[in-house]
Design a binder for this molecule. Sequence first.
Ligand SMILES: Nc1ncnc2c1ncn2[C@@H]1O[C@H](COP(=O)(O)OP(=O)(O)OP(=O)(O)O)[C@@H](O)[C@H]1O
Ligand SMILES: [Mg+2]
Length: 206
Amino acid sequence: MPSKYRFVKSDIYYPNSNVPKNRLNIKDPQKLHQLESELLEEAYKIFIDELNIATKFDEAYFKALHKRTFESLYDWAGKYRDFNMAKGESRFCDGKYVASYSQKIFQELAQENYLKNYYNKPKEEFAKRLAYYKCELIALHPFYELNGRITRLFFDLIAIYNGYEPIDYSKIMPQEYIDASIDYVMLADSSKMERIILQGLKKADR
Ligand SMILES: Nc1ncnc2c1ncn2[C@@H]1O[C@H](COP(=O)(O)OP(=O)(O)OP(=O)(O)O)[C@@H](O)[C@H]1O
Ligand SMILES: [Mg+2]
């Protein structure tokens, strides 16, 4: 089967497959996907439970989400990639700049207090900033795999911190999310992602 990715120097997959090598040696993609879903579901519970007023949504936290969610399965959980990666026509951040570009993104996010001040602010303003940072992390694509899921988890936690439910993506088609990602990688345009976020943000009744 042709790989859906173009890689340079990656041996994280079983030969001639898209299935990442894993600690349980699962080679059936559906079985692996199911297990990943269970781990992610468990992670949502744990990280929502751990949220508190002092939670800092910094780079260490972001990496820890990936590591703690998937370390039982993957050696590279929580580790940044160091080779170049692309999907379709989109080329993500060069492998050699992932660490430094990530620092730059998180420095900027720190200057906005990790978006922790949106509790009583208009939803539109929150959606705009959230979409921008989400797009930056999409273009960075720092991990070998599971970037989409961990990035969504990260911003769901920020949304919850600000009094919202986890962002609801169920009403959009997967392709819309990819198109929004492409718009940012190719054109630095986060407006499609902003609309996706805005439609998915709902205040929690607490
Ligand atoms: N052609 C593309 N151009 C730009 N970005 C893309 C493209 N295809 C996918 N993406 C982005 O890459 C993410 C997927 O990355 P990855 O496969 O590492 O994570 P995942 O958790 O397995 O994926 P998913 O988001 O599909 O659950 C998508 O969520 C999307 O934001
Ligand atoms: Mg994937």
